[in-house]
Design a binder for this molecule. Structure first.
Ligand SMILES: C[S@@+](CC[C@H](N)C(=O)[O-])C[C@H]1O[C@@H](n2cnc3c(N)ncnc32)[C@H](O)[C@@H]1O
Length: 280
């Protein structure tokens, strides 16, 4: 497993020892590249976590439908903290939130200060060690964080670790990109002669089918395809219209915004909200 070294500035990935196999060294290098990527992204303000702000809004809405006053919530891979801040603005909840990028944690702290929220505990921490936290939570939230882990097995390992910081009956709201969702979108795109979408280099989308048969300490309560309408409109309809007009699709197009008003239909969501319950 990757060695992480604590520094005064937070986590820093070390170069892999020379005696490791080429595959292990490559994997190690990838992790370091992904970490550096997020440190760079942290300087990009509101678009640090994604350029797709409509998706971001839909995700925050889906997550907040599970909140009630009084809950103790942990957000993992919180980025610039906007989801944590919004949860605290709308509910009387206790929020702890971490990211392994010190730049993201600084941005989150500053965003909370500007929003006049002073009681969210933002800190630098690694998802791979989430179970080293002592506190237990009613709710753990991830929003496109686990897809940055290096492979499927690491994602499963981290889900198991997250189960250890949940109270009995507590929920893990796992809002992550789905391989099955992307495959469905691509099938529709190909039939309209659009290029297939490939995940960004630093992401491993969740393999729904494998995960469904995985023995996990958490029970799957629901798999919410909340972003299906949006992905159909943005990645199929808007993409096809842009191609017909000889332009590039815009994240901000009016067609994409209709998804904020329309009901959810279909099974084309690339981002899924998995709701896991800790039965123990
Ligand atoms: C796509 S961004 C999403 C940020 C935020 N959750 C949001 O939705 O705006 C992914 C975030 O996960 C963080 N991340 C990636 N790997 C991590 C790890 N191993 N431990 C903690 N945070 C991690 C990145 O630094 C980045 O801020």
């Amino acid at each position: 497993m990757l060695a992480v070294m604590g520094t005064d500035h937070g986590i820093q990935y070390q170069k892999p020892p020379r005696n490791l196999s080429r595959d292990v060294r490559r994997n190690h290098g990838m992790k370091e590249d992904v970490y550096k990527f997020w440190e760079e992204q942290s300087k990009k303000g509101i678009k640090s976590g994604t350029k797709d702000l409509i998706l971001d809004e839909l995700e925050r809405k889906a997550i907040s439908s599970f909140l009630t006053n009084g809950l103790h919530v942990l957000e993992v891979g919180c980025g610039d903290g906007r989801n944590s801040i919004e949860m605290r603005q709308h509910f009387d909840v206790h929020v702890d939130a971490f990211d392994y990028s010190p730049g993201m944690v600084s941005a989150a702290t500053e965003n909370a200060r500007q929003a006049l929220i002073s009681d969210i505990n933002f800190f630098v921490h690694d998802l791979n060690e989430v179970d080293s936290l002592e506190k237990k939570y009613d709710l753990v939230v991830s929003k496109r964080a686990l897809i940055n882990l290096s492979d499927y097995n690491t994602q499963v390992e981290v889900i198991k670790r997250i189960s250890k910081v949940l109270k009995p009956g507590g929920l893990f709201l796992m809002c992550e990109s789905s391989k099955r969702g992307l495959d469905t979108i691509n099938t529709a795109r190909v039939s309209l002669e659009l290029d297939q979408i490939t995940p960004p280099w630093h992401n491993v989308y969740i393999d729904d089918d494998k995960l469904a048969s995985e023995a996990l300490p958490l029970e799957l309560a629901q798999r919410l395809d909340f972003s299906s309408t949006y992905y159909f409109l943005s990645r199929v309809v808007n993409a096809k219209m842009a191609k017909m007009n000889g332009s590039l699709p815009d994240y901000d197009s009016p067609i994409n915004k209709w998804a904020l008003q329309l009901p959810v239909f279909g099974q084309m969501g690339q981002t899924i909200l998995w709701i896991w319950r800790n039965p123990h």
